[in-house]
Design a protein around this ligand. Structure first.
Ligand code: ZN
Ligand code: ZN
Length: 273
């Protein structure tokens, strides 16, 4: 529900930052409810009341700005206490530099909240979520790996490239990477990093998202072609509102061709950031 980052992309309305909706059967996970999460959900026909779990990788505005508003929508302002909040420590407790992204008031409208560190495992119904190390300007940043029946999906969140970080992504069927920049900028991934990661992890599908102004202006298609050429992995540049049916990329899809890619399946879809 948003594929941008930074004031010159999101601030100018070029792309939004409402997060990613992952739907596994009856479970609806909303990952990184940044700027636009509530308005874009309405625009794209996502029912926030159906949110099973809200996940926050770190407390920057393009990842957590609308967290309180999403909780308000999912719980009918607390009338229906429900759902799970899985958020990094900063989002729940704050740091010297960052306020809590989720206020104590809204946190208490949720049925269960967990302030997670790196390398933890949390079960939500039949989905297992592993928190991953991410190194970024926000000190407690994490990524997420989702183990659902038949499919493993990794979301890097904002991080630098490092061998130990890439190691955590191994075994992913779908790999979602936040790549704001073409060239190296401290604290984030660039296109060259993405190529190295995709080569090593070799997922069925790689999705690049969270684009800064340079990539948005240039249209990421050229980069995507280059990545596909170098990695032989199907790679997509996410667009706001894009829907992907992950079933075609599941482990059980075996050696089936990647042309099974369908849009808009109601039972299994992910609205990329
Ligand atoms: Zn960030
Ligand atoms: Zn970011």
């Amino acid at each position: 529900m948003g594929t941008g980052t930074g004031s010159s992309v999101v601030g100018k309305g070029l792309r939004s930052a409402g997060g990613i909706i992952l739907t596994f059967g009856e479970n609806q996970f909303h990952v990184d409810p940044g700027i636009g999460a509530v308005t874009k959900a309405a625009e794209y026909g996502i029912n926030l009341r159906a949110t099973t779990a809200l996940l926050i990788s770190h407390s920057h505005i393009h990842h957590a700005n609308d967290a309180n508003a999403v909780i308000d929508a999912m719980t009918l302002s607390g009338l229906d206490k429900k759902g799970v909040l899985i958020a990094n420590k900063t989002a729940i407790h704050g740091t010297d530099d960052h306020q809590q992204a989720v206020s104590p008031y809204y946190r208490n409208l949720i049925e269960r909240f967990i302030a997670v560190d790196r390398n933890q495992r949390i079960g939500v119904n039949d989905i297992e979520i592993q928190t991953l190390t991410a190194r970024h300007h926000e000190p407690n940043s994490i990524g997420f790996k989702f183990f659902a029946p038949g499919i493993t999906i990794t979301y890097s969140a904002d991080t630098v490239y490092a061998a130990d970080i890439v190691e955590q992504y191994m075994g992913s069927n779908i790999l979602i990477l936040n790549v704001p920049y073409k060239k190296k900028v401290e604290g984030n991934l660039c296109i060259e990093d993405a190529i190295k990661i995709i080569q090593k992890v070799n997922p069925r599908l790689a999705i690049l998202t969270h684009f800064g102004p340079e990539i948005v202006k240039a249209d990421p298609l050229y980069e995507i072609r280059e990545i596909q050429k170098q990695t032989s992995v199907q790679t997509i540049a996410a667009k706001d509102g894009m829907v992907i049916n992950p079933v075609s990329y599941s482990a059980s899809a075996g050696q089936k061709t990647l042309q099974g890619f369908k849009q808009g399946s109601p039972e299994a879809q992910s609205h990329t950031q």
